[in-house]
Design a protein around this ligand. Sequence first.
Ligand SMILES: [Zn+2]
Ligand SMILES: [Zn+2]
Length: 110
Amino acid sequence: MADQTLSCRDCGTTFTFTQGEQDFFAQKGFTNTPSRCPDCRTANRGSSAGRSGRDRQMTDVTCSSCGKATQVPFVPSGDRPVYCSDCFSQQRPNSGGGSYGRDRAGSGRY
Ligand SMILES: [Zn+2]
Ligand SMILES: [Zn+2]
């Protein structure tokens, strides 16, 4: 086997499918050659991951209030309690605020 020169089907750029990459593909069980250049492959992967929203990091945590296992879209720092979505909504103060100016709209719902 030797390096192959392929052309990207997206942008038409010729790129080298190296011996090492061919070995890597063979190990992965891929029998076809890559149809896109490395740039387009990277761009395609990045955009599709962002569009599907699956790149958001979810962390398994235990709710500090009810003890239920839940996930939060951030990494807890450890010095703050974390809550499940139910408890988080209950944590919001329903009185004593005033600085928000949403008192009328908020109290009208109950
Ligand atoms: Zn390309
Ligand atoms: Zn909870």
